[in-house]
Design a protein around this ligand. Sequence first.
Ligand code: URA
Length: 433
Amino acid sequence: MIDIIEKKRDGEALSRDDIRGFITDYTNGTIPDYQTAALLMAIYFNSMSREEIVELTMAIAESGDQLDLHDTVPFVIDKHSSGGVGDKTTLVVQPIVAACSVPVGKMSGRGLGLTGGTLDKMEAFTGFSSALSMPQFKQQLVEMGTALAGQTAVLAPADGKLYALRDVTGTVASIPLIAASIMSKKLAAGADAIVLDVKTGSGAFMKTLEDAQTLARIMVDIGNDAGRKTVAILSDMNQPLGHAVGNALEVKEALATLRDDNPPADFWAHCLEVAGNMLLLAGKAETLDEAKKMATAVRNNGSALAKFRQMVVAQGGDGAQVDNPDLLPQSPVVENIIAPRDGVIAAMDTGAIGYASVHLGAGRMKKGDPLDYAAGFVLPCKIGDVVKKGDELGVVHGETAVKVQQAQQEILNAITWSNDPVARLPHFYGLVP
Ligand code: URA
C-alpha cells in the first residue's frame, strides 16, 4: 500500500493490479483508513487517467455482487446526482417514473461533504431502511416498480467504505473519485439505463461548467461502454435547489411537490427535466415534452404520491408521516433570517450554505456522526431577488439557539448583495448524450 500511495503521490499511473489489490484489501479490512485517506488525497491532487478511472469503477462495482435484474423485470432505470444542496430530486422523480410503469431500481448514498444524501433524507421517516437484501430489492421492483437501496456488505461495499471516508477527509471533489463512486453503484445495481444529473456551481463539487462536462463525459462513456443507456443533464447549483435544506425539511418539500402543494418552481422544473429524460430513455415517450406531460399527469392524479408511500412502508418507514408531514422530526428552535439591507441578491456561496446545514447537524463532521433529522433551513430567496431591509429571507430550524444563530450568520455571510439588477440563473446547461 505504501508503494501505491507513493506512486500516486508522485503523479504516476496505477496499474490494474494496484487498483484491484487496493479495493479488495480495503474492502476486506486489511488496509487501514489512514493509508486509504492518504491515497485518496493523492488521487485528489494528481487525478487519474481514463483507464485508471474505468479500472477503479469496475473494481468498486465488483467488490460485491452485481445485480442482474432481467429475471425480475425486463427493464430498470436509475438516476444519480453528482451532489448538491437542497437536492431532493430522487424523492419526487423515482415515484413519478415508477408510476409511469418504468421500474426504478435506485442505489443512493448518504450526505457527502457539503451535500445532502438521499438515504439520510429518507431515514427522516421513522423506521425507514435502505439496507435491502437482494430478494427484497427484486421483490419490490416486481410488486411496486420502485426500490431504494444503499451500499451494503453485498452491493458496492467498497463504495460504502470509501464514501464515508471521503466525506470527512476533504477528498470528495475529485473527478475520478466521483465518477467511480457513482458509476460503480449504478453498474452494481443492475440498471439498464441511467440518467445522471451533473451539477455545476458554488454548491457543487464541479465549480466550473468545463469540469462538469468532463465528469459527465467520463460517466456517460463508462455507462455506455458497459452496455447501459446513459445520458447526463448539466444543471445549475449556484443556489440551493428548491427552498428546503436539511433532511426532514427536504422530505416535506418533496411531499408538497408530489401533492402539487405550492412546490418551488425551480425544483419542479428540475424534477420534470430529470423524470422526462428518464421516461425518454426508457422509450415511454417520443419527445421530452410528451415525457414531461406524462410525469405531470401521474403527479396530478396522485399515483406518484401513492407509489412513494408504498415504497416508504415496504422499506419499514411510517406511512402516517407521508400522510401528515407534521409528524416528521421537528426542531425545538425555529428563527427567521432577516435581510440586513436593501439590495438585490447577486450571488450565494452555496457550498457555505451546505456547510451551514452540516454544522446544524443535518450532515456529518466525523465518520458515523448521528444526524439531527429535523435541522436545516427553508431559504426561498433566489439570485436576482430584490429585497428590502427587514424582509424575511428564510427560516432556520435547529436544536439550540446557539446553533440556529450560527447558521443564520453563516447563511447571511454566504450572500453577496448588489445595488443593481441581477439576471436570474439558468436551471440547465445542456445534455451530454
Ligand atoms: N454521489 C456519489 O454517489 N458519489 C460521489 O462521489 C458524489 C456524488
